[in-house]
Design a protein around this ligand. Structure first.
Ligand code: URA
Length: 445
């Protein structure tokens, strides 16, 4: 089978066979398919699309391109939750201990492989590295042992898992071919299946701070992921959530860990808490179905809320941090986390109501100051970030603090000047009251 014919077929809008997709992914793995040929095929897919059969075959081929984790020797249900990426999205770190706390009876084991931030979105591994001593690169053996011992483990994703996705994703990132629904679905679902989970919950974001810019695209992506999961023998739950404004109040690695501690003390921002409860409920409900448990005394949501308020989830967080080598002192003393040297207040120069709060501008401000990376593997500044005081719908007076910019350099640099401008421009005002946009859209468990 000739690669050129495969590319040409898609360029003309043809439909691939499973053999053609398998051949393409095999050639990508051996290097027989050159980057420019794969890029041409990706662009053809972006404009011509893939149907559900083709998307499922691509997903399966990507799963089979590398190692597949198998935790079948462990008793219990392996749970994984994934977000398509947003601004201030720290739900993964909060959900690991929360799910472990509430899912004990169903034998839930939270097995999470995460990445670093790239582009404007933050990365779970970077956030966790704000915790002194926390180890994010666990060996396979240690990962499995920790899952068996404490029911939760999180590590950086290794290169041998769905390597074809890593090859294609790196090309998509530099050829404007990221935003294709079948390519995103195959990329996300292949990694989740290769990572060995039997319960998969996807948080699909839409809005200015997300890959999907509107809810229709997000719904299509969710439906595609669910159907591809079904064809590959996995039930996938999807939650669609808005990302027009950041989630919670903190954006930036160390600041987000502090906000998680607040949440696990029952004092988290309401939007973050609601999303964690909805995602957590989808995961626990699936796990309990699989384990044949029907707990009718209390709803899953009530049990999750209790775990946030009674310290159970916080205790699990401490357990997890210690298991991965971290110093848990930050749980009672936030000063143990990296702290900013300077805080610049961004103040309102008009009164009214916050009409919009552009998530992308906030992310760009944090990234300009060093909270995110411009190139893969570049170092980042863990203490840097944005703490919001106002969100959409809030009333403001002239001089009120809208947001704090946390910096760790002694003098304001030109990039930081740009960040201050970006942060100020993120807010727009209205004279009349504003209803905040809905956080949650479609939930399919
Ligand atoms: N996240 C992924 O893992 N893959 C994509 O294609 C987009 C977001």
């Amino acid at each position: 089978m000739k690669l050129l014919d495969i590319i040409d077929k898609k360029r003309r809008g043809g439909t691939h066979s499973a053999d053609e997709i398998n051949a393409l992914i095999r050639m990508a793995g051996t290097g027989e398919a050159k980057d420019y040929q794969l890029a041409a095929w990706l662009m053809a897919v972006c404009t011509m699309g893939l149907n559900l059969d083709e998307t499922a075959w691509l997903t399966q081929a990507m799963v089979e391109s590398g190692r597949q984790l198998d935790f079948s020797h462990l008793k219990g249900v392996i749970v994984d939750k994934h977000s398509t990426g947003g601004v201030g999205d720290k739900t993964t770190v909060a959900l690991v201990p929360l799910l472990a706390a509430v899912g004990e009876e169903a034998g839930v084991k939270v097995a999470k492989l995460s990445g670093r931030g790239l582009g404007f979105t933050g990365g779970t591994i970077d956030k966790l590295e704000s915790i002194p001593g926390f180890e994010t690169a666990l060996s396979n053996e240690r990962f499995a042992d920790q899952l068996a011992d404490i029911g939760m483990a999180l590590s950086s994703q290794t290169a041998d898992l769905a390597p074809a996705d890593a090859t294609l994703y790196a090309l998509r990132d530099v050829t404007a071919t990221v935003e294709s629904i079948p390519l995103i679905a195959a990329s996300v679902v292949s990694k989740k299946i290769a990572a060995g989970a039997s319960v998969i919950v996807l948080d699909i974001k839409y809005g200015s701070g997300a890959f999907m810019k509107n809810r229709e695209e997000a719904r299509e992506l969710a439906a595609t992921c669910r159907e591809v999961g079904k064809r590959l023998g996995r039930r996938i739950s999807t939650v669609i959530s808005g990302m027009d404004q950041p989630l919670g109040l903190a954006v930036g690695n160390s600041l987000e860990i502090q906000e998680i501690v607040d949440l696990l003390n029952g004092r988290g921002p309401k939007d973050l808490e609601s999303l964690c409860i909805v995602l957590g409920a989808a995961a626990i409900q699936q796990a309990e179905d699989l384990a044949g448990i029907h707990n009718t005394d209390m709803s899953v949501e009530e049990r999750l809320r209790d775990a946030l308020n009674d310290g159970t989830a916080l205790a699990k967080f401490q357990h997890w941090v210690v298991a991965q080598g971290g110093n848990p002192a930050f749980l009672t003393d936030a000063a143990q986390l990296p702290q900013a040297e300077r805080i610049i207040d961004i103040k309102a120069n008009q009164a009214g109501y916050i009409a919009s709060l552009d998530a992308l501008s906030i992310a760009q401000a944090a990234k300009l100051c060093g909270a995110g990376r411009v190139e893969k593997n570049a170092p980042i500044r863990l203490a840097v970030g944005v703490k919001l005081h106002k969100k959409i719908g809030d009333a403001v007076q002239i001089g009120d603090i809208l947001a704090e910019l946390h910096l760790d350099s002694p003098d304001v640099t030109p990039d930081e000047q740009g960040a201050i401008a970006s942060l100020s421009a993120a807010f727009s005002f209205s004279d009349s009251p504003v209803t905040p946009p809905p956080l949650l859209d479609e939930i399919v468990v």
